[in-house]
Design a protein around this ligand. Sequence first.
Ligand code: PLP
Length: 450
Amino acid sequence: EAAPDQALPRSPPVMPPFEHRPTPYAGMGGDEILEKRKKFLGPSLFYYYQKPLNIVEGKMQYLYDEQGKRYLDCFGGIVTVSCGHCHPDIVDAVLEQTKLLQHTTTIYLHHAIVEFAEALASKMPGNLKVVYFVNSGTEANELAMLMARLYSGNLSMVALRNGYHGGSAGTIGLTGLQTWKYPIPQGEIHHVMNPDPYRGVFGSDGAAYAKEVEEHINYGSSGRVGGFIAETFQGVGGAVELAPGYLKSVYDTVRKAGGVCIADEVQSGFGRTGSNYWGFQTQDVIPDIVTMAKGIGNGLPLGAVVTTPEIASVMSQKIQFNTFGGNPVCSAGGLAVLKVLDKEKRQAHCADVGAHLVERLKSLQQKHEIIGDVRGRGLMLGVELVTDRTEKTPAKAETALLFEKLKDLGVLVGKGGLHGNVFRIKPPMCFSKDDADFLVDAMDYAMSGL
Ligand code: PLP
């Protein structure tokens, strides 16, 4: 007879209790929405599930579909819902501001934008004190690239293979994943090896990957670069934590070559990794420019670039302006997010729940051959599925199947990596240990039926 932990789970796990009654939904049905989406929203939409979900309500770590079925949201609207769906403090702050003044641009004074900028700057180390508000992560990276090029006087950028930095005409060049790259001129951008401890040729040897950046600068460039950009924990590329020591060494090299170091914290900031407030702190570096979005607004369209006064000074040559960046409503919401994260001690919570979840996922790995790798920190985790642990062959079809099964069990996870074989687990930060147990039990149950 199999040992208890080897036994197949016999019945589906039961979702932890949660006191919330979803509002009865009387809107358009999923089939009708899908028809209209196809008709009016362009051909290139992609859907996560075979039959797309019609999500009509969210409450903290849960989502509800049109039938009132509850789902544990382990992906937080692509790592965007940081505090929880419709967190009451954030809803209140947004409503209060909306009633007073919905919009004014930065050509006038308004208190919300400066309060938010000051609070955000207080979360940054070193001399990172000047904040520019934008509307998305893509826009933040566009602006960061502009700043780096102006400040260094050099157009050439270095980015990581497997990185994702946006899909606009400029940032598409920085993104290092073919799935997202439309064939347009990509600018003067060179992609270096990804310091991926699981798949990279140098394993966890951060210094070896960093050497390649130095070699690129010495042999593949004029010896000078404009800037270097990296996510400090890759998201879209499949929840990859960069090999230790990598950024420290690369930042030194890039700065010696006249370049500016940009940390893309669009996914990894705001305490999600548990160990640090910002992902880059895990690599013991202070960037010259930090870009952020997603979790900054708990779902509000908001992004920011934070840099030093010295770098910011180059932006006074011409006007730098956008209509909505730092609008009062988003600023009030963003400020409320920072307050909630502190008040509810979410960073420590992510460390605690994340450690528990990793432990449970690692024991699941011992039970299911298909789990090739469990990685990450805090609530920024990845589970990579392979059909062969030695060859690390991506388990594409199995991942797609499990993904559907998990949805049926009431669990929504993210998918990532070039082959779509990585489960990305990045829930709202209110996710509890009971939720973690339910997620692992659901994965166990789904995998046992493969
Ligand atoms: N940078 C990273 C690391 C991202 O994950 C994303 C989006 O997924 C972006 C930039 C682009 O952000 P947005 O979709 O808000 O433009």
